[in-house]
Design a protein around this ligand. Structure first.
Ligand code: SER
Length: 585
């Protein structure tokens, strides 16, 4: 049994329910491109919402982080990884959490206690030193010298600036070396590697800067599966662990080259292809593109192809299919979307390869030509933009090539050109978005405001995860499409209608503000088609009922709407429903 299975079995024996891994592309959180930590999909429940599976949960969660993308190629960094996690939602707290972590490590995984050390929170102006945690560790047999009190930089998760649930944590370290184990724990010594993080998530950090106790005391723990596997298998290069060794062998095979001497290229290919498999298998249906998740997918694949070329792999051969099929076979029993979407994944990968293979060589030649003629050591904006626009080189790829030649790139200039170009193409997509709003007459404007109210009412009455999937407005009626897994009941329809009418009667003011897109999203504004908006957006707020990114126009006050009436509710495709409604008088 591997650690993943042992972990789930252990926490089930402690009364936890296993929850399925959330998709790697968050379903209802437009503020991040990918799930970066196991707790991310659980935020509403850490804040107090009741979880349908109870108060003790465990899982293995798919995570993807792009901040370390450039470090991939060394022995430990990955873009995609799996995190083992267990949670208490207002159930057990520090003592049980620490005791079970210790039991799992020393009994299930049979790690000797003398190889372990811990850090605990030393306190700050908000929260006192975590002596309870230190005391619990001592009672389990961790010696005083192996317990270090560290500050908020180390033992507060995620950090003091991040808005959201947070709290002090205790980190567990493992002595990964054949050198004698020192009696005293020195967190600066990198032979001590962190293997598990137990966060005591009991605060909410609000936007106004205040830290307020959450209604419940939670535990959120996370253990990186790649790291614990390497530790247990006694390897210092993650790619030599059982998670990767067969993938590396496959790359050796398709390239006809040994791992030794080609480590960086092979690690990048292995890591990036695994991430690309998971992104393209996600139910969100991501395809390589020039924005958001699609751009990350494109970057990963194009970087892979470049490194494959450096290994003299024949790009047109089926090397990518062989590697991705192996990766798929390793994960399909754990994640159903990998099994279900296997053909989609293979298709996405080969399409992108075919697209880029055509221009990669030409682009590399172009790059060589440009740098041979450079007057100084900077690649100018026109050359960088041409590599992007004509040869499909993501900026980061150009930066990487330039760095290898010790030249810099006019990044600001590139961005300027990029925005100019984007503005031109955006005019097209804005026109498309307005398609929902076929006219801007008085009646259409009223219907437009009514869609915001309907959207908000559906969330409150039916399901908070409902979002707009489409809308079409004429002077006679509105049509609103939304995700929902069931036909609305009579009662739901009635309640939704009533709530919209209540808001109309309350004569709520409709206000508009302009802000940065990122800010708007962070502030929790509803946004269904994030790519379609420019960086500066308008946000329409209807008192405390609704807040949406929207181009408008809207009425000034909900009293202008008259009476809202649902005429029809029907399914239009899998998981998508449509409401037709009118405003009377
Ligand atoms: N949220 C914490 C982490 O990501 C523990 O799961 O490390």
């Amino acid at each position: 049994m591997n650690v993943k299975d042992k972990y789930i079995e252990f926490f089930k024996s402690k009364g936890h329910t296993q929850i399925p891994s959330a998709p790697v592309v968050p379903e209802n959180d437009p503020s991040v491109l990918f799930n970066t930590a196991g707790m991310q999909p659980l935020v509403p429940y850490l804040k107090g919402q009741k979880h349908p599976y109870g108060t003790r949960l465990c899982d293995y969660q798919k995570c993807l982080r792009t901040n370390d993308l450039d470090s991939v190629g060394d022995t430990t960094h990955h873009t995609f990884f799996e995190m083992l996690g267990n949670w208490s939602l207002g159930d057990y707290f520090k003592k049980e959490s620490i005791t079970w972590s210790f039991e799992f490590l020393t009994q299930t995984l049979e790690i000797p206690t003398e190889r372990l050390a811990v850090s605990v929170f030393k306190g700050n102006s908000i929260v006192q030193a975590d002596t309870e945690t230190a005391e619990t560790w001592r009672s389990l047999g961790i010696s005083e010298k192996r317990i270090k009190y560290l500050g908020e930089e180390d033992n507060w998760w995620p950090n003091m600036e991040a808005v959201g649930p947070c709290g002090p944590d205790t980190e567990i370290f493992y002595w990964r070396s054949n050198d004698p184990i020192p009696e005293e724990f020195n967190p600066e010594d990198d032979r001590w590697v962190e293997i598990w993080n137990n966060v005591f998530m009991q605060y909410m950090h609000n936007e106004d800067g205040s830290f307020v106790e959450l209604p419940q005391k939670n535990v959120d723990t996370g253990m990186g599966f790649e790291r614990i596997t390497s530790v247990l298998e006694g390897v210092t290069d993650n790619y030599k662990s059982s998670i990767w060794s067969d993938v590396i062998r496959k790359i050796e095979d398709v390239s006809g080259k040994p791992y030794e001497g080609n480590e960086k290229s092979m690690r990048i290919i292995a890591d990036h292809m695994r991430s690309a498999v998971f992104i393209s298998a996600d139910p969100a249906g991501i395809k390589p593109s020039n924005t958001d998740q699609g751009y990350v997918l494109r970057r990963l694949l194009r970087r892979t192809i470049r490194y494959a070329r450096m290994l003299d792999i024949d790009i047109q051969s089926d090397w990518d299919k062989q590697i991705s099929e192996l990766i798929i076979s390793k994960y399909e029993n754990y994640y159903s979307e990998i099994k279900d979407n296997k053909m989609v994944v293979l298709d996405v990968l080969s399409n992108e390869k075919n697209k880029f293979a055509k221009t990669l060589d030409k682009g590399l030649k172009e790059f060589e030509k440009v740098i041979a003629n450079l007057k100084n050591s900077t690649l100018d904006k026109d050359a960088a933009f041409r590599l992007y626009d004509t040869f499909g080189f993501p900026l980061e790829l150009t930066l990487e090539l330039a760095k290898e030649k010790n030249i810099s790139v006019d990044i600001d200039g590139f961005k300027e050109k990029f925005l100019e170009h984007q503005n031109k193409s955006r005019q097209g997509s804005e026109a498309k978005f307005k398609g929902g709003l076929s006219g801007n007459g008085e009646l259409e404007t009223k219907y437009h405001t009514a869609t915001h109210l309907l959207n908000a009412a559906l969330k409150l009455i039916v399901n908070q995860n409902i979002h707009q999937k489409g809308s079409n407005i004429t002077a006679e009626r509105m049509r609103f499409d939304f995700n929902c897994d069931h036909k609305l009941t009579e009662e739901e329809k009635q309640k939704v209608e009533q709530l919209v009418n209540t808001w109309i009667q309350q004569e709520l003011p409709v206000t508009v503000t302009e802000m940065d897109k990122a800010m708007a999203i962070q502030s929790g504004a509803e946004c269904s088609f994030i790519d379609r908006y420019p960086d500066k957006v308008t946000v329409y707020t209807i008192e405390n009922v609704s807040k949406e990114l929207c181009g408008g126009p809207h009425v000034k006050n909900t009293r202008e709407l008259g009476k809202f009436k649902i005429k029809k509710e029907e399914g239009i495709s899998a998981g998508v429903r449509r409401i037709k409604a009118i405003l009377e008088g």
